[in-house]
Design a protein around this ligand. Structure first.
Ligand SMILES: [Zn+2]
Ligand SMILES: [Zn+2]
Length: 276
C-alpha cells in the first residue's frame, strides 16, 4: 500500500485545513513522507475572463503576475519548512500548476519555479482556452454555455496543452488527466484521437500520471476513468495514487481501492519521489 500523497492542498489555496493539521493527519495515518502541492494559477488575462465574476471571490487563489505570487508563495514555503522540522515525517513542497500556453508564460514559470526552489511540480489544468493563442481562459462550468463547436475546439486545445505540459518535462507527474470529462461533450467515449495522442506523448517522455481518488468523491470513478486508465497502464506509464486532499479527512482516501484497481490491471510501474 502506498503510504504517501504528493497531491494535497492547504488553506494557502483552496484547502480547508492548515499545513500543520494536514501533517498531523498524515502522521496519524502512519506516513513517513508527504508532499504539499497548493495551486499555482497565474495567467496574464485572468481578470478579463468571462469567469472572473466568480473567481474574484477567491483573491488569494488567482494571480495575473508572477512577482505577486512569488511573494506569497515564498512565505508559504518558509512556514512549511519551519513547521515540518517539528515532525518526524518528511514534508516536500510542490505546486499543482495550471499550464498556460501564451508566449512568455513558460519562461516566467521556469524562473519562478527555480527561484522558489520547489521540490517538485504537478501539472493540473482546470480551465479552457477560448482562443488558439491561449490568451483567454474560461471556467469549465461556464464553457457549457458556449456553442458545441466552440466547446469542441476548447477540448482539443485542452488536450494539446496537456501534451505540451508533458513534453516540457517540468512536471513530476500529471494530475487528473481526464478532469475535462466534467464537460458532457467529453465523456469517456469521446475525443479518443486527443486522448491517444496524450497517452503516447506521456509514454514517450517517460512521464507519470496519478490515479486520483478525487474522481470517486466527485463522480464515482477514478481520474482517469476506465478506458483511459487501462490505456495508460497498457502503455506502461508510471502511476502514483493521489487523493487530491483538500481536507484532513481526504488524506489517503480510498487508497486501498486504487491499489486494488492498479493490481487488477497488472500495473507495476510506480512513481516514487526521487531526491533531486
Ligand atoms: Zn486539480
Ligand atoms: Zn489538486
Amino acid at each position: 500500500m502506498q503510504l504517501f500523497s504528493y497531491h494535497t492542498h492547504t488553506t494557502f489555496s483552496d484547502g480547508k485545513n492548515s499545513v500543520h493539521e494536514m501533517i498531523e493527519k498524515a502522521i496519524e495515518l502512519g506516513w513517513q513522507e508527504m508532499g504539499i502541492s497548493d495551486h499555482l494559477i497565474i495567467h496574464k488575462n485572468i481578470s478579463n475572463s468571462p469567469s472572473w465574476y466568480k473567481w474574484q471571490k477567491e483573491p488569494d487563489f488567482f494571480y495575473s503576475d508572477f512577482s505577486t505570487y512569488y511573494e506569497k508563495f515564498a512565505r508559504h514555503i518558509d512556514e512549511i519548512r519551519l513547521l515540518s522540522e517539528q515532525y518526524p515525517l518528511k514534508v516536500r513542497i510542490g505546486a499543482e500548476v495550471d499550464f498556460f500556453v501564451y508566449p512568455g508564460w513558460l519562461d516566467e514559470f521556469v524562473k519562478l519555479r527555480d527561484k522558489l526552489n520547489l521540490d517538485y511540480c504537478i501539472s493540473g489544468n482546470h480551465f479552457l482556452f477560448l482562443d488558439d493563442e491561449g490568451d483567454n481562459i474560461i471556467d469549465f462550468k461556464d464553457a457549457k454555455n458556449l456553442s458545441e463547436e466552440d466547446q469542441k475546439n476548447m477540448i482539443k486545445r485542452h488536450f494539446s496543452a496537456l501534451c505540451q505540459a508533458s513534453s516540457s518535462n517540468l512536471f513530476d507527474f500529471m494530475a487528473h488527466i481526464d478532469f475535462i470529462r466534467k464537460i458532457p461533450l467529453c465523456s469517456d467515449n469521446d475525443f479518443w484521437d486527443e486522448k491517444n495522442k496524450l497517452i503516447e506523448t506521456i509514454a514517450s517522455c517517460n512521464g507519470a500520471i496519478e490515479i486520483s481518488t478525487k474522481g470517486l468523491r466527485k463522480s464515482n470513478n477514478f481520474y482517469p476513468a476506465d478506458s483511459l486508465l487501462k490505456k495508460a497502464v497498457d502503455n506502461n506509464i508510471k502511476f502514483v495514487i493521489s487523493d487530491d486532499a483538500h481536507r484532513t479527512s481526504e488524506l489517503g482516501y480510498e487508497f486501498d481501492h486504487a491499489e486494488k484497481t492498479l493490481q487488477e490491471l497488472n500495473c507495476s510501474n510506480r512513481w516514487k519521489y526521487i531526491e533531486k
